[in-house]
Design a binder for this molecule. Structure first.
Ligand SMILES: [Zn+2]
Length: 113
């Protein structure tokens, strides 16, 4: 399993900054779960268009965005997702007074995907 992870952003290291360096890790003979979503091109921007998969090991010590993997054994479940639940921190006053830089947000999103 070959994954990459984005280090946690902080108030002094924003997502756009930490997303420029996403360390990659490989582990052999690891068991776990892959969750993947395929998003149609017309929804790119809301989600990443195409296939997007994340992995978490059974012992929760290893995981991230799947770059590549070889599966020797497993179960596959496929289902259609017909809705998306997006939450906003409306109880947090900082959210209401925040001045969002849309170019910076778009750049951070592009780098993190
Ligand atoms: Zn990802």
């Amino acid at each position: 399993m070959h994954v990459r992870m984005i280090p946690k952003s902080t108030s002094d290291r924003k997502l756009a900054e930490v997303a420029t360096h996403q360390p990659e890790y490989t582990q052999d003979n690891v068991s776990g779960t892959i969750v993947g979503i395929w998003t149609p091109e017309m929804f790119h921007g809301v989600r990443v268009a195409g296939y997007h998969q994340h992995f978490i090991s059974a012992d929760h010590t290893f995981g991230g965005h799947v770059m590549d993997c070889v599966i020797s054994e497993g179960n596959v479940e496929v289902g259609a997702v017909d809705q998306r639940d997006q939450r906003f921190p409306v109880q947090d006053r900082k959210y209401h007074v925040a001045k969002f830089n849309m170019d910076e947000l778009k750049d951070a999103k592009d780098k993190s995907e």
